[in-house]
Ligand binder design. Structure first.
Ligand code: GDP
Ligand code: MG
Length: 172
């Protein structure tokens, strides 16, 4: 069976843990320890192929640690998460993406851009167009607005990045 390592990246508080746990366990909790970095395993069937996922839910602010460098290097697919309620969180992804491309030494890395917390319409400061613009700048990286809370597009975003990995595998 194929083993795929996925890495969930983004600023603190955007919902990385919530999205990951919603996807892996199908539940939503109001709070997680923001300092905990954990990995989760899940078997999933996509387009008739079963894959074993290892999902690293990253945490912390030390973006240039050796640890981070290592897991980016071994990551096959990346979920870059911001919150639609936090303008800065989208800006932070620009640096994170640069870092991923540099470490992977490629401009063509399986990746999705995620604008989370789309259920919070009253607190929203970023529009879908803001996400679309960034995804265009990045060469049409697939973009999803998600809500870990009400379970919108979480499965879709993970499945997208898994498909991207599968396509690359089929080509090599
Ligand atoms: P992380 O630091 O990126 O791992 O963020 P967390 O997953 O710990 O989430 C930070 C806070 O935002 C928590 O209080 C979550 O309950 C909340 N949160 C996460 N995702 C959503 C969402 O989709 N909608 C709403 N309304 N709140 C969310
Ligand atoms: Mg977290």
């Amino acid at each position: 069976m194929r083993d795929y390592k996925l890495v969930v990246l983004g600023a603190g508080g955007v919902g990385k843990s919530s999205i990951t746990v919603q996807f892996v366990q199908g539940v939503y909790f109001e709070s997680y320890d923001p300092t905990i970095e954990d990995s989760y395993r899940k078997q999933i069937e996509v387009d008739g192929k079963t894959v074993e996922l290892e999902i690293l839910d990253t945490a912390g602010v030390a973006q240039f640690t050796a640890m981070r460098e290592l897991y980016i290097k071994s990551g096959r697919g990346f979920l870059l998460v911001y919150s639609v309620t936090d303008e800065n969180s989208l800006k932070e992804l620009l640096t994170l993406r640069e870092q991923v491309l540099r470490i992977k030494d490629s401009t063509n890395v399986p990746m999705v851009l995620i604008g989370n917390k789309c259920d919070l319409s009253n607190e929203r400061v970023l529009s879908p167009e803001d996400g679309i613009n960034v995804s265009q700048q990045w060469g049409k990286v697939p973009f999803y607005e998600t809500s870990a809370r009400v379970k919108t597009n979480v499965e879709e975003a993970f499945t997208d990045v898994i498909r991207q990995i599968m396509i690359r595998e089929a080509m090599t």
